[in-house]
Design a protein around this ligand. Structure first.
Ligand SMILES: *Cc1c(COP(=O)(O)O)cnc(C)c1O
Length: 398
């Protein structure tokens, strides 16, 4: 046995992390082991849709933990049946497969599309995805992603993904051939820096895929579960996709994801799909607690209101400091900084006790709890205002 020289060294060093250990969370707030409090506008990367440790979720977990953890995915359990039926009722889809991460749900979507191609389209297997898209970190989902930094990694990639340009229907049309089975996209490209597909593009894409007999797959892992003001983002465009994946928010902080399909697209046969932990009652109980809250029209209205407030405050800040546009919808927003100062702002905000994310050098992304208050938005904006003032003064001196 080797003795790690520092407790941090026992974890694989896969990303730069601040030398801080978090021990407690409540709502929009996190505490580290020195007792310092942080206002969290990352929320586990848009995961904790009801904030940290929401009682609805922790109570559901505690109750289910005492009843049944995992009977086996080869048997039915009550929470997974209830959650699947709730999702079917609240969406245009007919069947659900539960997974443990977004990437795994997307792997399932890719497999389902290929199965559909085998059954209905003469073995067609190619999926058109998009430049800048992000679908996860398994080999197939990295291959489906259009993230530049992924390109040289882990070659050879999984074949069968061709990249079109977001909001450019002609670029999609050009890639369609007899091998094409589906088009897959994030309605708002989150990891790339919050780049929305327009509602018009989503409608045109739906019409095109329908006309050419292709499946439309929406990756709503970041945009789903109320994040943009509707339960699922594609509702804004009024379209009905064939397949949708959910993750992040659906578990309210615990690992839960889902693959949903219409009856027509739901074509797995015995042996095609499975997984040891899939649809376990513990995680599904958390998902049910989330859906019971977020699925309410009144809840979604507060998300819309909070999103508009955050957007207008960011626009004021942008005007005051000569920054760029505010992108996104609901509580998935980005501020264009026009300069590569994102990492510096994130570091200064961390010192000041505010957690922010910079998905690109020149942008900040905001993904607070859907329950964030106006006061909390105000506190974050004040902090950012101070930092931007300091940066502005330093630039004028330099
Ligand atoms: C986060 C994310 C994923 C991957 O989900 P994991 O749970 O990290 O595997 C896939 N697609 C989108 C759009 C995401 O935001």
């Amino acid at each position: 046995m080797t003795v790690a020289t520092h407790p941090f060294d026992a974890l694989m060093d896969i990303t730069p992390r601040p030398a801080t250990v978090f021990v407690k969370g409540e709502g929009s707030w996190l505490w580290d082991d020195t007792g310092k409090r942080y206002l969290d506008f990352i929320q586990g990367w848009a995961v904790n849709c009801l904030g940290h440790c929401p009682p609805a979720v922790t109570d559901a977990l505690a109750a289910q933990a005492k009843l049944l953890l995992n009977p086996s995915p080869a048997f039915y359990n009550a929470p997974s049946l209830r959650l699947a039926n709730a999702l079917v009722e609240l969406s245009c889809f007919d069947q659900v497969f539960f997974a443990n991460s977004g990437a795994e749900a997307n792997e399932g979507a890719i497999k389902l599309a290929r199965k559909y191609g085998t059954l209905h389209k003469n073995g067609a297997f190619e999926i058109i995805t998009f430049e800048g898209g992000f679908h996860g970190r398994t080999l197939a989902t990295m291959s489906a992603s259009g993230k530049k930094a992924f390109e040289p990694l882990f070659e050879p990639k999984v074949p069968g993904f061709r990249k079109a340009r977001l909001n450019d229907l002609a670029s999609v049309r050009r890639l369609i051939n007899e091998q094409t089975v589906a088009v897959m996209l994030e309605p708002i490209q989150g990891e790339a820096g919050v780049w929305p597909a327009t509602d018009r593009f989503l409608r045109e894409l739906r019409a095109l895929t329908e006309q050419r007999g292709l499946l439309l797959i929406v990756d709503e892992i970041q945009t789903g579960i109320g994040r943009t003001g509707k339960l699922f983002h594609h509702e804004h465009a009024g379209i009905e996709p064939d397949i949708m994946t959910l993750g992040k928010g659906i578990g309210g902080g615990v690992p839960l994801a889902a693959l949903l399909a219409t009856e027509h697209a739901s074509c797995f046969e015995h042996g095609d799909q499975g997984g040891t932990f899939n649809g376990n009652p513990l995680m599904c109980a958390a998902g049910l607690a989330v859906i019971e809250q977020v699925g309410k029209p009144q809840f979604l209205k507060t998300v819309v209101d909070s999103g508009l407030y955050l957007e207008s405050e960011l626009q004021r800040l942008s005007a005051r400091h000569g920054l760029g546009e505010v992108r996104g919808q609901g509580l998935l927003l980005a501020l264009d900084l026009k300069l590569p100062i994102g990492a510096s702002i994130v570091a200064q905000a961390f010192e000041a006790g505010v957690l922010l994310n910079s998905p690109q050098a020149d942008a900040l992304r905001f993904m607070p709890a859907l329950t964030v208050t106006r006061d909390e938005i105000g506190t974050m904006i004040d902090c950012l205002d101070l930092i931007l003032t300091k940066i502005g003064a330093a630039r004028r001196v330099a």
